[in-house]
Ligand binder design. Sequence first.
Ligand code: DGL
Length: 269
Amino acid sequence: MNNPVGVFDSGVGGLSVLAALRAELPHERFVYFADTAFAPYGERGNAYVIERSRKVADQLIAEHGIKALVVACNTATTAAIHLLRAEHPALPIVGLEPALKPAVATSRTGHISVMATRGTLASAKYAALRDSFAGSANVRAVPCDGLVKAIEGFDTAAITELCARYMAEAGPFGDAPGQVDTVVLGCTHYPLVKDELQRHAPPALRFIDTGAPVAQQTRRVLSSLGRLAESGEGGLVLQGSGAPAVLEAAAAHWLQEPQDTSAPAATAA
Ligand code: DGL
């Protein structure tokens, strides 16, 4: 099936997931929608995120006839994925959530910090995730207010300052008892600044994100429905509610590869 796979996020964060999707599924065509004009989602409450997620999903379906949707945003998954699935029962929808389960399974000290948006960490879905998988581990939630906005704005000074502040809250790091040895990046924007986060931690600190597992899950879902593209060049269309040139520059920067195609921006209204 040659229809594209839709991928969306509040902005550029989902590009960290898109990179994993393109590596895992090189023959697929993707449409990436960045809802930049309405970002960030994480500090605005459920009703707002639900409304935006619905509009973006509807636009991807109407304009591109997408064969599957990847919600490349923890905040939107938390707030809206159950509604999107109920409203589009024939469309396979893959979401993501903070990778607490693998973090608990592999942490040696049993001390884990979860960096995510305030919306994700305050949600009932996150509470259920923690109750299911934290076990006896000590799990600290670190809401990173402002970091998404700084990444969206290429604001290097703010990125530097906020990464330092939130890593100080996430630590102390190390392998000794009581120290945090694993940090879950529970927002798709944060892998984009992993090098900056890493500067405030010992080299052995483990960061866990969800790009690769989401890409593998998308492959399983497409394959089980007979919708996997198994030949062809694949492709990428970039679309969003913000300025197209900014999204193209962001994609070139964060994906670190030239873009093969692009589409004019269109507002999901
Ligand atoms: N990238 C998104 C996430 O994974 C959210 C960012 C936002 O606050 O808009 O949660």
